[in-house]
Design a protein around this ligand. Structure first.
Ligand code: 5GP
Ligand code: ZN
Length: 113
């Protein structure tokens, strides 16, 4: 499958791994929008949050736990951070493999634009 995140997960594209377990891979965004900009990605190819269902929902809980651990490790658990899932064309999704952006290290604005 021609999916850039699957290639990263399969180590076909060399990427510095920030965190890895059986279900989740975390790496830095190639085009960071904040001092900390991590991508939390399920290893299984799930196209978007619209494809989460009873059978694969466990990974959502796992990603939440990984985000909490990364927030503590980066000392942003109290200062704050933003966890973003862009979905579909108008939602700004450019890679069709579910991913959570973890952004921090600066004040976030709202509305996000
Ligand atoms: P989306 O726009 O789908 O929410 O986010 C996709 C993100 O993936 C973008 O922030 C983009 O910078 C990042 N990205 C795209 N290709 C690569 C890549 O090859 N390596 C890494 N590390 N990030 C990528
Ligand atoms: Zn994929």
């Amino acid at each position: 499958m021609d999916c850039v995140f699957c290639k990263i997960i399969n180590k076909e594209l060399p990427t510095k791994v920030i965190y890895e377990d059986e279900e989740v891979l975390v790496f830095n965004d190639i085009n960071p929008q904040a001092p900390i900009h991590l991508l939390l990605v399920p290893k299984k190819h799930i196209a978007s949050i619209m494809e989460i269902n009873e059978d694969n929902a466990k990974v959502m809980k796992r990603i939440t736990k990984v985000a909490q651990d990364l927030a503590r490790q980066n000392n942003i658990d109290k200062k704050g951070f933003r966890l973003v899932v862009n979905t579909g064309e108008e939602g700004g999704q450019t890679v069709n493999h579910l991913h959570f952006h973890l952004l921090s290290g600066r004040f976030m604005t709202w509305p996000p634009g």
